[in-house]
Design a protein around this ligand. Structure first.
Ligand SMILES: [Zn+2]
Length: 283
């Protein structure tokens, strides 16, 4: 049970995690990853004067691609919400503003096909003065999240910076038996909760049903999995160097079995929401 894993995770405070002498770089694969997985922590850091910089690697514009068959069945247009890239980027800016993150760098790498080396190249361009890197957990069930996490860990290793990572889909799709020993519960206070709620509200394209018959990309039950803020801090047995390991995240639980928020899911059904995975991703 994830609840047992979460309960057993040692606590950590935001002050324990970042180096206050430099910039903390917050990496996300899609607009909203960082808010879902670490919104309270970012709000806390911003409120207490930490220098924050956010880099989002894709515009998340492929978030409905995995629903092509469903949309056809519903006679809905394939381009369900036109201008998705611009819409999601605008949502991301609004959310980061709500969290207090003003140094922002959106990028347009391929959503659903994020490559580690491309991600690392982009991150190197925004690495000035970075002494802490926060990225998606390199074992997260979504392949783009894993690529962003590995790239973040590699950047941190190159810079000699601290590294920690946040789960996005871990407790929703992942197997609790694979929980990392570095899992920590992050202390948060009501001010952080309020800022995160304000930031989350910006992601209308992800939180509201896009059309009749299709649930939201990020359903309420997924949000509930983030009621307790969690973070992975590398341990002696799981260092950033592990991120070089190509075997990361190739477990049988790699790819979610079905998609939240859809009304037409079959056994072979759509790949995970929240950005489409690469077509060659194992099922
Ligand atoms: Zn994502």
């Amino acid at each position: 049970m994830w609840a047992d894993v979460v309960r057993a995770a040692p606590p950590v405070t935001p002050e324990d995690l970042a180096d206050t002498g430099g910039v903390t770089l917050v990496v996300s694969a899609h607009p909203d990853d960082e808010t879902l997985g670490a919104g309270r922590l970012l709000a806390h850091w911003a409120r207490t004067g930490l220098r924050l910089r956010a880099a989002c690697l894709t515009r998340g514009d492929a978030c409905f691609d995995h629903l092509a068959d469903v949309l056809r069945d519903l006679d809905a247009p394939a381009d369900l919400l036109p201008g998705m890239a611009g819409r999601r980027e605008a949502e991301w800016h609004a959310a980061m503003e709500a969290l207090g993150v003003h140094d922002r760098h959106p990028h347009g790498l391929p959503d659903g096909g994020l490559a580690d080396d491309d991600a690392l190249d982009v991150l190197r361009r925004v690495a000035d003065d970075v002494t802490t890197v926060l990225a998606p957990w390199p074992h997260d069930p979504h392949p783009d999240h894993r690529a962003a996490g590995r790239a973040g860990a590699r950047l941190a290793a190159e810079l000699g910076a601290r590294f920690c990572s946040y789960p996005v889909w871990m407790t929703y799709w992942g197997d609790p038996a694979e929980a990392d020993p570095g899992l920590r519960r992050v202390a948060a206070d009501p001010a952080d909760d309020h800022a995160r709620e304000a930031a989350l509200a910006a992601f209308v394209s992800q939180l509201e049903p896009p059309t009749h018959g299709i649930g939201p990309i990020v359903p309420p039950e997924m949000l509930a999995h983030h009621d307790t803020p969690l973070l992975h801090v590398p341990t002696a047995h799981h260092t950033p160097d592990d991120a070089h390991d190509d075997t990361l995240g190739t477990t049988p639980h790699d790819t979610p079995h079905s998609t939240p928020g859809t009304t037409h899911v079959d056994d072979d059904g759509p790949a995970p929401a929240h950005g489409a995975p690469t077509p060659k991703e194992p099922r």
